[in-house]
Structures are given as structure tokens and as C-alpha cells.
Design a protein around this ligand. Structure first.
Ligand SMILES: Cc1cc2nc3c(=O)[nH]c(=O)nc-3n(C[C@H](O)[C@H](O)[C@H](O)COP(=O)(O)O)c2cc1C
Length: 196
């Protein structure tokens, strides 16, 4: 936002552009604020262009050395979702949601450049950031999601036939919410932020 706008010293065109920017910024924060885990999905399918937007957003996320050391598996088949749900303590959203994105760390890809730090940290971080982006993009598209982290990684790897160094980090069921949003609270900032 320009200082001229904030000081009230700009042309009509500047004001128009700044107002658009203001609305876009508000929409961004609204998306963040509105996102809450969804554990009840309707069976309404996801429009292909929405999924494409989500995947494009995922690909735009920052990664160590821009290596994009993650893999995303797009799971649509009910049979595979059922198998994944079994590997995830029977969690229902994995079966209900029409699409489950499985984010994996590609350890070899990062390890080739960054050695052990790449394998053990950066690849996991890359996959985690990518998964976060998918949740925010889904929300921006009017969809809902939930991060499913409680699963047996070896079982998921077996189901998806991943390469040995491609390790599942998160299952993200995505779809249309069925039922009300359950708003969760956060710890006070003072508990988690420390000025040093
Ligand atoms: C690393 C991680 C693992 C999670 N695992 C699960 C899970 O296995 N099942 C589930 O229902 N939610 C899971 N969640 C979702 C959290 O419970 C949820 O994000 C948190 O309670 C905050 O609620 P909100 O997402 O509605 O804001 C996980 C979230 C993260 C970040």
C-alpha cells in the first residue's frame, strides 16, 4: 500500500488501484482466517480447474535451493482412498473426500545437493510447505481440507508404490464441506512468540 494512499495524497487512478490491492489483501487474510479443518465432506466432485489451480499454487511454494524436493500423489480412486484410510487409523475424511493429495518428501532429490541436511530436513520442509500451500489454495477455491498426519508411512508408501527415498509426509483430503465449520482457538501469541 503506497504511503501517498495512506496520506490521502494520490490521483483517482492511484486510489482505484490501491483499493483493489486493499481488497486483495483482505481476501488473502480472509482465506487464512476462514481455513479450518474439515472432517465431513460431501460427495460433490472437485472441478478440474480448481484442482489445477491448487496444484499450480503448490508448485509456486518456496523450497530449498528451488529443488522442489517433494512429490504429490493425486488420489481419486475410492479403492485407493479406502486403503489409505486404513493406513491412517481408519480416518473417515480420507474416504469421504473426492480427492486426497499425498505429499511426500523426495529425500534423494534434495540429498544430491545438500547431503544429509537435504535428506533429513529440507526435503521434509519442502513437502510440508507444499502441503500447507495446498490447504490455503483449496480454501481460496471455496473447498475445504484437513491435514492427516497420523498414518503408517510404510503402508502408504506400499499403496502408492513410491520409490524408497520418497517418504509420505501428509495426506490432504480435499473437497466440499458437509456441515458447519468448527472454529478452533489458538494459544496467546505471548506463549509462542519471543522477542530476543
Ligand atoms: C502435522 C499435523 C498433523 C495432523 N494430523 C491430523 C490427523 O491425523 N487427523 C486429523 O483429523 N487432523 C490432523 N491435523 C489437523 C489438526 O488437528 C488441526 O489443524 C488443528 O487442530 C487446528 O485446527 P484447524 O485446522 O481447524 O484450524 C493435523 C495437523 C498437522 C499440522
Amino acid at each position: 500500500m503506497s504511503t501517498a494512499f495512506l496520506a490521502g495524497k494520490c490521483t483517482a487512478a492511484d486510489t482505484h488501484i490501491n483499493l483493489i490491492l486493499l481488497i486483495l489483501i483482505m481476501q488473502f487474510y480472509e482465506v487464512l482466517e476462514k481455513r479450518h479443518s474439515c472432517r465431513e465432506f460431501s460427495d460433490k466432485p472437485i472441478e478440474p480447474e480448481k484442482l489445477q489451480n491448487i496444484l499450480n499454487t503448490v508448485a509456486s511454494c518456496p523450497t530449498a535451493g528451488n529443488l522442489q524436493a517433494y512429490k504429490v500423489y493425486v488420489v481419486r480412486s475410492k479403492e485407493t482412498r479406502e486403503a489409505l484410510a486404513q493406513a491412517a487409523l481408519g480416518q473417515n475424511p480420507v474416504i469421504q473426500a473426492p480427492i486426497v493429495l499425498v505429499f511426500c518428501a523426495d529425500k534423494d532429490h534434495s540429498g544430491k545437493k545438500y547431503g544429509e541436511r537435504g535428506e533429513e530436513l529440507y526435503a521434509l520442509q519442502d513437502a510440508t510447505i507444499a502441503a500447507s500451500y495446498s490447504q490455503l489454495a483449496a480454501e481460496a477455491e471455496g473447498l475445504s481440507s484437513v491435514w492427516v498426519g497420523a498414518f503408517e508411512p510404510l503402508e502408504v508408501s506400499y499403496i502408492l508404490k513410491t520409490e524408497a527415498a520418497v517418504v509420505p509426509i501428509a495426506l490432504i483430503p480435499i473437497g466440499y464441506r458437509n456441515g458447519p465449520v468448527r472454529v478452533t482457538q489458538r494459544r496467546p501469541l505471548e506463549e509462542i512468540v519471543k522477542e530476543v
